[in-house]
Design a protein around this ligand. Sequence first.
Ligand SMILES: C[S@@+](CC[C@H](N)C(=O)[O-])C[C@H]1O[C@@H](n2cnc3c(N)ncnc32)[C@H](O)[C@@H]1O
Length: 307
Amino acid sequence: MTRTFPKEFIERYSQFIPDFDAFLDAMQRPLRRTFRVNTLKATRERALDLLADLNPEPLAWYELGFSLDGGEGLGKRLEHFIGLIYVQEAASMAPPLVLDPQPGECVLDLAAAPGSKTTEMSAMMENTGIIIANDPSPTRVRGLLGNVDRAGCLNVAVCRMDGPSLGRAVVGTCDRVLVDAPCSSEGTIRKSSQALAHWSVAAIERFPSIQKRLILAGYLALKPGGQMVYSTCTVAPEENEAVVAHLLSKQPEAEVCEAELPGLKMRPGLCEWEREQFPEAAGRCRRILPQDNDTEPFFVALIRKPA
Ligand SMILES: C[S@@+](CC[C@H](N)C(=O)[O-])C[C@H]1O[C@@H](n2cnc3c(N)ncnc32)[C@H](O)[C@@H]1O
């Protein structure tokens, strides 16, 4: 299937993606189904045993992540219903791995619904410590509650507040914060032709204002020495490097660290976009492009508050 990408889309992204044809090619290919094993409910071996008929293939960079040919029925499998596995796009598994929450810690997930990353972090923390999983959307919070329950997460407190207000209520208390921000979701173009039909620069411009408020609130919630991941499933620099640059302009001591996940190719962030220059630290952000690992595009920035 060949899709027509808007001229502006091509003009914007061919500026900084040198293998642009490979990018466009990948953006037109349907995504492979992926899932991760939920270690709160099953071992890797047990889950693989139960799903052997689907021939899951391990992701190169995450031992609990798998992809499938076909796999449309995965969401109807008993293993999914009882929470032994969680159906989740592969690149969406990366931000929690970069944040690396530890057992016993206090973690804030500021924009959490429907809970893919909350449930992933809960398993990484072995159901200990606490995750405050927040989302202001009543309908999406219902999904979050259902997923937290299905995945057997006992260390999650669900909260329904505006993220910036919540950040101000918990200043200086969190070991780690995830800001998986609302975004224009260019990443979902691989999943749905509707996403491409709705693409516009105007749609991109709707998000930086809330994204900037969320990244600042997340940073304020960190303890000294704490770490935050800011992530989006979009390519637009306005929603990514420009948001990190905004944080650095308000909190110049914030440190952007180089995230690495062995086996997952990530490209450095941009230090300029159109006529805007970003601090050199923006280059330490990471962009996951679809042609590199056969995933959705994603953006990840790992930020540390000095001790
Ligand atoms: C990309 S989605 C989060 C996906 C989720 N982290 C996951 O992995 O399942 C962004 C979320 O931000 C939420 N959101 C929108 N405005 C917000 C605000 N002011 N404060 C906090 N979250 C907000 C949306 O309701 C949406 O659920």
